[in-house]
Write a protein that binds this ligand. Structure first.
Ligand SMILES: [Zn+2]
Ligand SMILES: [Zn+2]
Length: 262
């Protein structure tokens, strides 16, 4: 089984290609199952995010993915999801959308701490207190049982200068909670292609994944496709699966779904 549950669409304003082009690329690359998990809208009042669909676009997104699911039935299995932060005051609204649109799953992509308007971007943290806030959100997200897996759990190393004692402590806490709640952690291929051109290692961060491997976490490779061509780098995908096994993690292909796939 070759799967990827992390696919975006142009609705988030930083992706390229038609929804269908992602499906065609996934078929070409030999995937058996993919999931769309574009950046979720939120119930913002007055604030307009520059990195996610507007809530008025959600029905169109759902309709498009469901139509592709039908069109490509028998060739590739397509699931409908969203990538969501853990914004406590907005979770009830999110749960309503999940129920209303019959989403198959959501993944945690915790880009901001507390909230997006006036929140802190978790890829540019620089104090231990910020790390602890990030970690607490991720732990609570796993306890909520809402999330099929945790995308780029090590996003904090995109900005944090060194993997210090606090990084080690929060990584340990995230890994232990992943084990306790049976939640896979994502090895993110988009982060891998960021490289370290800006002098930062970013994610997947080696020290985090060495710890995760030693603890034998369930791990999932996420293409985090923001363009159809991301699917075609199958050498990178295969390398990631190999690396996870070598580290001691357990690569998985199944995730918890809200519903049986339609
Ligand atoms: Zn994105
Ligand atoms: Zn993503």
């Amino acid at each position: 089984m070759k799967v990827n549950y992390h696919t975006h669409t142009t609705r988030c304003m930083h992706a390229k290609g038609s929804d269908e082009d992602f499906v065609k690329a996934a078929i070409e690359a030999g995937f058996d199952r993919i999931g769309f998990s574009d950046h979720t809208p939120w119930n913002y009042q007055g604030f307009v995010s520059g990195m996610r669909m507007h809530k008025a676009e959600l029905p169109g997104y759902v309709g498009s993915v469901r139509a592709l699911q039908e069109k490509y039935r028998g060739q590739i299995e397509i699931l409908l999801g969203l990538e969501c932060e853990f914004f406590r005051p907005r979770l009830d609204w999110l749960k309503e959308q999940i129920a209303q649109y019959g989403l198959d799953y959501i993944i945690l992509g915790h880009h901001f701490s507390k909230d997006e308007p006036r929140g802190t971007y978790n890829g540019s943290l620089h104090t231990p207190a910020q790390l602890r806030t990030y970690a607490q959100d991720v732990l609570d997200a796993m306890d909520s049982g809402l999330f099929a897996y945790i995308a780029h759990p090590d996003i904090f190393m995109r900005g944090y200068p060194v993997f210090d004692k606090t990084c080690e402590r929060i990584s340990r806490a995230i890994i232990e909670k992943a084990l306790a709640t049976d939640t896979p952690l994502e090895f993110n291929l988009l982060g891998l292609s960021h490289g370290n051109a800006d002098g930062k290692q970013g994610y997947p961060f080696p020290a985090f994944w060495r710890m995760a491997g030693e603890a034998h976490v369930k791990a999932i490779v996420g293409v985090d496709a923001h363009q159809p061509a991301a699917y075609l780098d199958t050498a990178k995908f295969d390398w990631a699966c190999e690396t996870l096994r070598w580290l001691g993690a357990e690569p998985v292909t199944e995730i918890r779904l809200f519903s049986q796939p339609k």
